[in-house]
Structures are given as structure tokens and as C-alpha cells.
Write a protein of this length. Structure first.
Length: 302
């Protein structure tokens, strides 16, 4: 990425998340259905050494768990304590998990209609037919690759850390199903871009991949589509989930990526609920859609 492109990328991420990232979300880390463990791990402190592990209590005694790795956005980079809280609290992971475990789904916002009547009915019908099973989630601190050093090298090191440190640390605490089909990867905003780069480096590691409002430039969509097609071909197709929103500044990039993937014959899902690029949208519908998609896809494989 050129210096001009890098500046535009960082500025775009910052403008999209700054307003919501500077206000703390509701305290949602404690949950009767989830065990929360903060992990201190080996690693470079400028890249990652910490992660929050959330284990579903109702599934701990039933055998190997599926695992979803979640990467956070730009607003929480450079602040490890905030990075630990990003998914579980600020993005509504715990509350969305609870809503899916105890349907029917209802809106949590009085004025905004990010969860439309039509989509609410469809989601509730789906949950009535097939209840949400759930999985373990681990949300490591996510670096800003452009701040730490040369982005490609930082992404290499972060992908290696996820494979050689993070996932083994989770396996040391709880039984996790074998890779790739036992492990999914997703990321929000900057975390979507980082997750995409991690997937391209470690396609053998993940059975599902998604991005929630993935922050990358539209000019990169075609290249990413071709790189995904090449990376996934040797190890077989992987379910892919692209989630943007009507007012997301990265909507065009995600739509273009979807178009190019379609042209290349790469199966994927694109969903664009109404709403902006902010944390209230994530807590109302963005995280909920992401969790349910991974639940359906991870459980589709033995």
C-alpha cells in the first residue's frame, strides 16, 4: 500500500469509528451463560500478547467446542485493556450471544430500525426451526499493522502468533474441534482487513471466514477476490460471509469484493442491513448476524 493509500485507509477507519469508540459500551463481560477468561500470552507486546476467551457453560461438558477467533477495529488498537473489551462489551458479543440463546429476538434500540421487521421475522423463524448451539470465542488484541512497522511483516507475525500461540493456548484450557472445520475467523472494520490478510496466510487453519464492515479500499477488491480464490482452492472451498451496512463507508468495497468472488465462482454470502458504521449498530444487529452465520456454518461440518 502506498503512503497516500495508507493515510487514506487509516483516516477512513478513524473517521468511521471515532465517535463510538471514545464512549464506553455497556458492561457486558459478565454473563450467566459464558465463562470469561483474560489470557496473558507469549508474544511481541507491540503486536499481541493478550486475549479474552469466552466459553459457553452449557457446552463445556458435551465434547470438543467449535472456536471463533474475533479481531477488533482501529478504535481499540494501541490500548490492550480496551482491545480486550472490544468484542465482549463494546460490540455486543455477550448480549448478542444471549439473545440468540433465548429467542425470540427483539429490538434493543427504541428509535433505530437496524433490525427490520422482515429480518427479525426471518431470524426468529430460523431459530425456531434450528436453535442456536453456540461455540467458544477468543478475541485477541489486534494490532494496527501500519503503526507497528511494515504492514506485510506485521501481518505475517500476527498470523503466526494466532496459529502458534493463541489457538494452542485455547486448546490448553478446553477441548477444541480440529482445524480447519472446528475454527472460524471474523473481524470488524480494521479487524476485517487484518482477518482477511490472516486468512490468506493461513487458509488451512480456518473453516469459516467473515468480515463485519471490513475496512479496505474498493481498489483492492478485485485483487483480494483473486487471492482468496487461489488461497482457498488447494484446501477446498470455505464458507465466506461479507457483512456491511447501508451507511458503511466500506460498503462499496465489500460489494465489489462480492461481485468479483461471484465472477470467480467463489461461494459466499453478502448481507447489508440498514445502519451506520458504529458500535450501536454492531450491538443491535451486526454482531448478532455474524454469530448466527458462523453457528450455522461451523456446525455444518463434522
Amino acid at each position: 500500500m502506498s503512503e497516500l493509500g495508507r493515510r487514506a485507509f487509516v483516516a477512513g477507519c478513524a473517521s468511521a469509528v471515532l465517535a463510538s469508540a471514545t464512549k464506553p459500551g455497556r458492561a457486558e463481560a459478565s454473563s450467566p451463560g459464558l465463562e470469561v477468561h483474560d489470557l496473558e500470552l507469549d508474544g511481541n507486546p507491540h503486536i499481541a500478547r493478550r486475549a479474552r476467551l469466552l466459553l459457553p457453560k452449557h457446552e463445556l461438558a458435551t465434547g470438543p467446542l467449535r472456536l471463533l477467533v474475533l479481531l477488533h477495529g482501529l478504535g481499540e488498537t494501541g490500548n490492550p485493556p480496551l482491545g480486550l473489551r472490544a468484542w465482549s462489551e463494546l460490540y455486543g458479543l455477550v448480549s448478542s450471544y444471549g439473545r440468540l440463546c433465548h429467542p425470540p429476538l427483539e429490538r434493543t434500540l427504541d428509535k433505530q430500525r437496524y433490525l427490520t421487521d422482515e429480518r427479525k421475522a426471518a431470524l426468529n423463524a430460523s431459530l425456531a426451526e434450528r436453535p442456536f448451539v453456540g461455540f467458544a470465542c477468543v478475541a485477541p488484541v489486534t494490532p494496527n499493522p501500519h503503526r507497528v512497522g511494515p504492514a506485510p511483516q506485521t501481518l505475517d507475525r500476527y498470523a503466526d502468533w494466532i496459529e502458534s500461540v493463541l489457538i494452542p493456548a485455547v486448546r490448553a484450557r478446553v477441548s477444541i474441534a480440529a482445524a480447519p472445520w472446528g475454527i472460524g475467523l471474523d473481524g470488524c472494520s480494521l479487524g476485517g482487513y487484518v482477518g482477511l490478510e490472516v486468512l490468506l496466510r493461513k487458509p488451512h487453519l480456518f473453516g469459516t471466514f467473515g468480515m463485519v464492515q471490513g475496512a479496505f479500499g474498493a481498489a483492492r477488491a478485485e485483487d483480494y477476490a483473486h487471492r482468496l480464490a487461489r488461497a482457498l482452492d488447494p484446501s477446498g472451498a470455505r464458507p465466506l460471509h461479507l457483512e456491511s451496512s447501508s451507511e458503511d463507508p466500506y460498503r462499496q468495497a465489500n460489494e465489489l469484493l462480492s461481485q468479483h468472488l461471484t465472477q470467480l465462482g467463489v461461494p459466499h454470502t453478502l448481507r447489508i442491513p440498514p445502519g451506520p458504521h458504529n458500535q450501536p449498530w454492531l450491538r443491535e444487529i451486526g454482531t448478532l448476524e455474524m454469530l448466527l452465520w458462523h453457528d450455522r456454518e461451523l456446525l455444518a461440518y463434522p
